[in-house]
Design a binder for this molecule. Structure first.
Ligand code: GDP
Ligand code: GDP
Length: 456
């Protein structure tokens, strides 16, 4: 029939040339039980209430994508992460400091039915010193009377308290309007402080004790770049510029890697938040695992986070100096079985301690970044699909045989493919397609996605 592929050429060159979006971050801060989680649920439109989460259970994410009036941002939920009673004020102060450090806007939640407490005032002190924009939510203003009480919160001295009811959704739209007004303009490149063609951004990731800070020390030693000599970079105290293989690289949030936090429940929260925000700012993640130990659940979660975030990925098996023949045997099987979803990631076996093969990181990172930005020309892609569909057609289901009519790579960084089909492609067939795309075009070190659009 009259299917016209040209209609479906839709990549946006300008958007692709831009840095990957670093969404503005809104941190929701406040005492326990003021309704932070309830409010976050409302903002992100989440059905199941996090409020019912079992306290103390490890969550593996603390920030969530959200949008309002077409504007996208990230919300950080600090609810449920504070130690029970001991040192409450100190813990909240620390939470506020962190929020201030990472967030673009702080959404400070106070319980309007209780009014301002000493702890609230301590937080205000920190927020005020930081000069970060703050939106004050007077929550639990469920009715007009409570709304009136909320005006008492003017006394905090950080602007107009906005009465809301997170539970009933009352005025939460107004609150989001206010948050949006306060958000900085989306200018990721400026925010990250990078001119086009500036240093590529690398995040070192991995669970505690895998050797991140050892590796960082090894790399930075003698290779630390002089900031002034790197064109187009602004100083960002949490990052470090390191010269490797004749080029300068930006290692993201090295302050977070070096900083040792107290071992408490809150520490998990900080670690996770830092990891997530480092990932968002990076282009490629080097995930370290401890080669001398079995892979842990947490290792797999970190790898998955990188893939879900759509960043390029390199796996670094550290502490290779501790690996013997026997361990190596199990290691290969472990990787084969547990890291199937990341089989495409380049792997380097290193020792941050002895320096063994550390120089192999740069070529692996280069490979991953190159794949991440790689585009398959539409003509070539469609030739590939024509051949694929004739040699391996979709199985016939109910007398019908869905076909791939046309394919295009809709984006790079990461590469995303869109298939226009005459019917629903089974998941198995889509996985087969993804495998074949990798066999044909490579994409070593980059996640790719394949989605379909069914043409009725
Ligand atoms: P968090 O510790 O600050 O995250 O607070 P939660 O979101 O867990 O809420 C604490 C309690 O306050 C829960 O029982 C909520 O149902 C309740 N709550 C939250 N928002 C409101 C509200 O707007 N009005 C009322 N009446 N209760 C609320
Ligand atoms: P981080 O928590 O991921 O930053 O890990 P660290 O860099 O603090 O390292 C944790 C421990 O592992 C320290 O005692 C390091 O000396 C040790 N370590 C790190 N890399 C290696 C390595 O390649 N080989 C050996 N044997 N030990 C290492």
């Amino acid at each position: 029939d009259d299917f016209d592929p040209a209609e479906y050429e839709f990549h946006d060159e300008e958007a692709e040339a831009a840095e990957p979006a670093r969404l503005p971050l809104v941190a929701v801060v406040g005492r326990p039980n003021v309704g932070k989680s309830t409010l976050v649920n409302r903002i992100i439109g989440r059905r199941e209430a996090v409020v019912e989460d079992v306290p103390g259970v490890t969550r593996d994410r603390v920030s969530y994508p959200a949008s309002w009036n077409g504007r996208e941002f990230t919300v950080v939920d600090t609810g449920g992460w504070l130690p029970e009673s001991r040192g409450l004020a100190a813990a909240i102060a620390e939470q506020a400091k962190l929020a201030v450090e990472l967030a673009d806007v702080v959404l400070f939640v106070v319980d309007a039915t209780v009014g301002a407490t000493d702890v609230d005032e301590a937080v205000v002190e920190i927020l005020r010193r930081s000069k970060k924009p703050v939106v004050l939510a007077a929550n639990k203003a469920d009715d007009p009377r409570a709304e009136l009480e909320a005006t008492a919160l003017w006394s905090l001295g950080i602007g107009e308290p906005l009465p809301v009811s997170a539970l009933h959704g009352r005025s939460s739209g107004d609150l989001l309007d206010r948050v949006l007004e306060t958000l900085p303009e989306p200018a990721p490149r400026e925010r990250i402080g990078e001119a086009p063609g500036g240093p590529r951004r690398v995040a070192l990731m991995g669970r505690p004790n895998v050797g991140k800070s050892s590796l960082l020390n090894k790399l930075a030693k003698e290779n630390r770049a002089v900031v002034d000599s790197v064109a187009g970079t602004t100083r960002d105290p949490v990052d470090e510029l390191i010269d490797l293989g004749g080029r300068t690289w930006r290692f993201i949030d090295t302050a977070g890697i070096r900083k040792r936090h107290r071992e408490n429940q809150g520490a998990d929260f900080y670690a996770i938040l830092r990891t997530q925000s480092a990932l968002e700012r990076s282009e490629v993640a080097v995930v370290l695992v401890d080669a001398s130990e079995s892979l842990a659940e947490q290792d797999l979660r970190i790898v998955n986070n990188v893939i879900e975030a759509g960043r390029a990925l390199v796996l670094a098996y550290n502490k290779w100096d501790l690996v013997d023949e026997e361990r190596r045997f199990y290691l290969d099987r472990e990787i084969e079985r547990q890291l199937v979803g990341a089989r495409w990631a380049p792997r380097v076996n290193i020792s941050a301690k002895t320096g063994r093969h550390v120089e192999k990181l740069v070529p692996a990172i280069d490979t991953a970044l190159e794949s991440w930005g790689h585009r398959v020309p539409t003509g070539k892609l469609n030739q590939f699909f024509t051949d694929l569909v004739s040699s391996h057609p979709h199985p016939i289901r109910g007398g019908k045989q869905p076909r791939v009519l046309f394919a295009t790579q809709a984006s790079v960084r990461p590469p995303k493919f869109v298939l226009f089909t005459s019917g629903f492609l089974e998941p198995g067939y889509r996985r087969f397609i993804e495998r074949r795309i990798r066999e044909e075009f490579g994409f070593e070190g980059s996640p790719i996605s394949v989605t379909m659009k069914i043409r009725e």
